[in-house]
Each structure stands twice: as C-alpha cells, then as structure tokens.
Design a protein around this ligand. Structure first.
Ligand SMILES: *[C@@H]1O[C@H](CO)[C@@H](O)[C@H](O)[C@H]1NC(C)=O
Ligand SMILES: *[C@@H]1O[C@H](CO)[C@@H](O)[C@H](O)[C@H]1NC(C)=O
Ligand SMILES: *[C@@H]1O[C@H](CO)[C@@H](O)[C@H](O)[C@H]1NC(C)=O
Ligand SMILES: *[C@@H]1O[C@H](CO)[C@@H](O)[C@H](O)[C@H]1NC(C)=O
Length: 288
C-alpha cells in the first residue's frame, strides 16, 4: 500500500518534471514547431529540446519544417527599435500558455518556473553567455542554407529573462514581399554540463526600413578573438576577429557544423566571437 503510493507518486513526479523544467526555447506563434509536443515525434522534439549530435535534417529548423506557422503569424522587426522575445522552458511559461499541454505556469520574468537557473545551464547572472537573432532575406525555406543566416542582434545577458530585449539595427533593409525568415540561437555555458545548441526559427518582417537601406553583406564564419581567462587567454586578439556580417554558430552536430570547438570551450554569442551586445550594425554592404 505504502509502497504503491510512493511508487505512483514517483511516477507522477517523473512524468511531470520534464514537462515543466526542461531547457529553453524562443516562443511565438510565428515559429516553426509552435504546437509540437512530447508526443509529436518518436523522440522529444519539443522546441525546448536541446540539439546535440543530430543529423542535419534533425537540427535544421529544429526538425520542424513540416510544422510551419500560419502564414499571417509574422514577428515584426521595427528598424532601429527594440523588440521583446519570449524565452521559456515551457510554452506554459509564456504568453501562449493557453495552447500548452500543462496550462498556465508563468512566473513573471523568470524563464523556467519553479526551477533554479541550473535548468538553463547557468550558475548565475555572471555565467550567462548570450543568445542571438539571425535573418535571411528569403521566405521560401527550401531555398535557405545555414550559410545564409546573418546574426543581426545579440543579447549577452541571455538566457536570464523571459522577456529578452533585442535591438534591431537602424539600417535593416525591408524583406522581399514583406517576409523574411529568422531564427533564435543559443549556446550555454559548459558549467552545468551538456554540449548542445538551440535553434528555433520563425517568420519575420522588417518594418520601418529606410528606403535607401543598404543590403545585408554575405555572412562569414565567426572566429574566436575575445579574452578567455578560463582557458588561459587573458588578452583579446582583435586581429583574429571576423569583422562584419557573421553566420550563427553551428556546433556539436553530426553534420554541417561551422564550429569545431571542444566540449569545455564552446563558442558563444558574446565578445569571445566578436558578437557585440545589442544591434549588429556592421552587417551591411558598404555603400560604394
Ligand atoms: C496551435 O494550437 C492552437 C490551439 O489549439 C491553435 O489555435 C493554433 O492554430 C495552432 N497553431 C498552429 C501553427 O498549428
Ligand atoms: C491564446 O492566447 C493568445 C495570446 O494572448 C491569443 O492571441 C489567442 O487568441 C489565444 N487563443 C485561444 C484559443 O484562446
Ligand atoms: C537584454 O534583455 C534584457 C531583458 O529584456 C534587457 O534588460 C537588456 O537591456 C537587453 N540587452 C540588450 C543589449 O538589448
Ligand atoms: C583565431 O580564431 C580561430 C578560429 O576561431 C581559433 O581557432 C584560434 O584559436 C584563434 N586564435 C587566437 C589567437 O585567438
């Protein structure tokens, strides 16, 4: 009797905990995979599931290309203005809790209700490593390659807030036919374990672009060039930085990586790879 009660409690807890406290995703109805649940795929491919050791089809767009957003759900990016992205360990922790499996579990600005920050691989606010938004001027996802995404905004205090602010560069050009494709990317500190990356993609559109806005430059692979005292590098090496438009950091997958750093030295969206905090204002083709 006592045993079976304890046993069923254990089962209940084991069943509930992964749904509440897991990893992190960008949440918005404009995203691919908005309604993907733990049951949709043969494995847990919810938007919050981390990406590690996967084939290209599994990690690209989080394997969610068959789960597109409604055409009218588009995330607007006003040129020269801040936008707020919602990051959460569970859809129920966000504004869109009403279509989540577990209902409303929001906890203010905290991304992971009832969980310590180790749930998002961070020992404290001084251990955040930054996350990024990237864009491609193409709405036909079958035409997009990893080499096409340009990182246009970084928040180095990510992930710490559910409501994370990203500054959109003032020079962002408008999107062809009013639609671009964007994605949120994150790689966390190695302090709480697990080598993995995060990618959630969404439909986006730049609004309020200047009529004479410059084009986006072709993005290059980022290089390690910041100070890194944890690995004995006390001085930055600015000459090693990739200047200008940079691709996202594709790391620790089976295929199509552009980063080859080891387990304990992940690449980050911060000064280590010359991703400045805020709008990336150097990503445009220089006017002739
Ligand atoms: C997601 O689920 C909600 C609630 O069932 C529904 O209203 C919405 O249309 C769905 N969105 C997509 C993209 O399937
Ligand atoms: C769920 O909440 C969102 C955000 O407030 C709202 O836009 C949407 O209409 C709601 N959906 C339902 C089915 O109530
Ligand atoms: C990062 O997001 C936080 C929370 O919204 C905000 O306070 C901070 O100003 C943002 N940083 C940048 C560079 O936008
Ligand atoms: C320069 O960047 C490359 C590629 O990220 C890296 O392997 C190398 O260690 C960096 N060199 C210095 C001196 O930081």
């Amino acid at each position: 009797m006592i045993y079976s009660l304890a046993h069923s409690l254990t089962l209940t807890v084991a069943f509930l905990v992964p749904a509440i406290s897991a990893h992190i995703a960008f949440w918005h109805p404009s995203m691919w995979g908005f309604n993907v649940t733990q049951q949709t795929f043969p494995y847990d491919n919810r938007p919050v599931a981390p990406l590690a050791g996967l084939t290209f089809d599994q990690w690209w767009f989080h394997g969610h290309l068959d789960y597109p957003p409604h055409p009218h759900d588009v995330f607007e990016l006003p040129a020269g203005q801040p936008v707020i992205a919602e990051l959460g360990c569970n859809k129920g922790a966000t504004t869109w809790y009403n279509s989540s499996e577990g209902g409303d579990v929001r906890q203010g600005d905290w991304p992971c209700p009832k969980s310590p920050s180790s749930q998002f691989h961070t020992t404290g606010i001084n251990d955040v490593k930054g996350c990024a938004l990237a864009i491609v001027q193409q709405s036909d996802v079958s035409q997009i390659n990893p080499e096409d995404f340009v990182v246009f905004s970084v928040n180095q205090t990510c992930v710490w807030h559910r409501f994370t602010t990203f500054d959109v560069p003032v020079n962002m050009p408008s999107c062809p036919d009013g639609m671009c494709t964007c994605a949120w990317f994150w790689i966390h500190s190695p302090d709480s374990g697990s080598e993995q990356m995060y990618m959630n993609s969404f439909q986006c559109n730049v609004v309020g672009a200047k009529p004479d806005a410059p084009a986006l430059a072709k993005p290059q692979v980022a290089r390690r060039c910041g100070a890194d005292p944890a690995h004995g590098v006390n001085e930055a090496t600015p000459g090693n930085c990739t200047s200008g438009a940079k691709q996202p950091l594709y790391w620790f997958q089976q295929e199509r990586n552009n980063m080859f750093e080891g387990t304990y030295a992940p690449p980050f969206y911060n000064d280590l790879y010359d991703f400045k905090n805020g709008a990336q204002n150097d990503i445009f083709v220089q006017p002739a």
